[in-house]
Design a protein around this ligand. Structure first.
Ligand SMILES: CC(C)=CCC/C(C)=C/CC/C(C)=C/CC/C(C)=C/[C@@H]1[C@@H](COP(=O)(O)OP(=O)(O)O)[C@]1(C)CC/C=C(\C)CC/C=C(\C)CCC=C(C)C
Ligand SMILES: [Mn+2]
Length: 333
């Protein structure tokens, strides 16, 4: 059974908490059911499905659950509190955003973000070298159990409460796991289409998980699909930013997420990345990558005003904070 430990980044001293994952195997359906179609078409299918789900659920009370008894209630509060602590430590930019949202929604985001972080930690954390496809299958089985009301620990219990209160579908969670599977077997991306699909898996999915909690403004004239596409764009833009920020860190682990075809067009090779030399070719290449990510942030920004009024500020704040990382990359040469 893999132990999943969230340890402070940058070698900093601080809180470290051990989280464990248990379970057995289950297959996972995903957006890659039809390899002949483009990544965007496949992702769009998931967006449409998610949008349909919310349309179906709109108008229903989010609090239809039977009221929990007092002691359950206290435990649940504690579970959410712990999710908040993990986020404050490991997802700082998003944590700041969540502080601007209503308390009910805030804790729902904390629970979702902890699951995302733990999932990412399976392939990126200190125990990543021991993680096999089988271990991911266990995590997948555990996800199914959680959605069916059988949480394994407090973090899962908080997430179960969240998915019971808001119309959050399991598919984006499954798709995020597919991204982690990709990380186990793939360390190069041929073109942007391939990279886009990876970004959907590990980050676009977070947008799809988030909209049902954010809520769409009742006065919004935009279609549900438009709002979901903006949310998807925010996840993709965030992830592209992560990739551009972490080129060095990823290369030290033998991973290059930058599209190979685009590197070659710019006259750059894997070796240039590994050597980490900043040349004019590299600067020009990065300019193009930053431009593309900025455009996707701009697409996302258009959707912010369609969200429930209490959800706009936190999303906008985290969008601005994340987009600024692109400026910092450029300023750092
Ligand atoms: C209409 C509209 C614009 C709606 C907005 C919907 C919305 C709130 C979208 C959020 C999108 C978002 C925050 C995506 C996160 C993408 C991301 C950075 C994913 C990272 C994956 C792995 O990457 P990597 O290994 O390269 O990165 P590290 O170096 O390890 O960091 C992730 C690590 C997945 C983990 C993601 C989180 C912990 C963030 C979870 C955020 C939320 C649940 C939403 C937070 C809520 C607000 C208010 C921002
Ligand atoms: Mn990571």
């Amino acid at each position: 059974q893999p132990m999943l430990s969230l340890v402070p980044r940058n070698g900093r001293r601080g809180r470290s908490c051990k989280l464990s994952s248990t379970g057995v195997s289950t297959a996972c359906s995903s957006a890659v059911a039809h390899p002949s179609r483009s990544s965007e078409e496949r992702v769009y299918e998931v967006v449409l499905k998610q949008a349909a789900l919310v349309r179906e659920q709109r108008g229903e009370s989010a609090l239809d659950l039977k009221k929990p008894i007092e002691s359950d209630w206290n435990l649940l509060n504690e579970a959410y509190q712990r999710c908040g602590e993990v986020n404050a430590e490991y997802a700082k930019t998003f944590y700041l955003g969540t502080l601007l949202i209503t308390p009910e929604r805030r804790r729902a985001f904390w629970a979702i973000a902890v699951w995302c972080r733990r999932t990412d930690e399976l392939v990126d954390g200190p125990n990543a070298s021991h993680i096999t496809p089988k271990a991911l299958e266990s995590w997948d089985k555990r996800l199914n159990d959680l959605f069916q009301g059988r949480p394994y620990d407090m973090y899962d219990a908080a997430l179960f409460d969240t998915v019971a209160k808001y119309p959050v579908d399991i598919q984006p969670f499954k798709d995020m796991m597919e991204g982690m599977r990709l990380d186990l077997r793939k360390s190069r991306y041929e073109n942007f289409d391939e990279l886009y699909l990876y970004c959907y898996y590990v980050a676009g999915t977070v947008g799809l998980m988030s909209v049902p909690v954010m809520g769409i403004a009742p006065e919004s004239k935009a279609s549900t699909e438009t709002v979901y596409n903006a949310a998807l764009a925010l996840g993709i833009a965030n992830q592209l930013t992560n990739i551009l920020r972490d080129v060095g860190e990823d290369a030290r682990r033998g991973r290059i997420y930058l599209p190979q075809e685009e590197l070659a067009l710019a006259g750059l090779s894997d070796d240039d990345i590994f050597r980490g030399k900043v040349t004019d070719k590299w600067r020009n290449f990065m300019k193009g990558q930053i431009k593309r990510a900025t455009k996707i942030f701009d697409e996302a920004e258009k959707g912010v005003g369609e969200l429930n009024s209490t959800s706009r500020w936190p999303v906008w704040a985290s969008l601005l904070l994340y987009r600024q990382i692109l400026d910092t990359i450029e300023a750092n040469d």
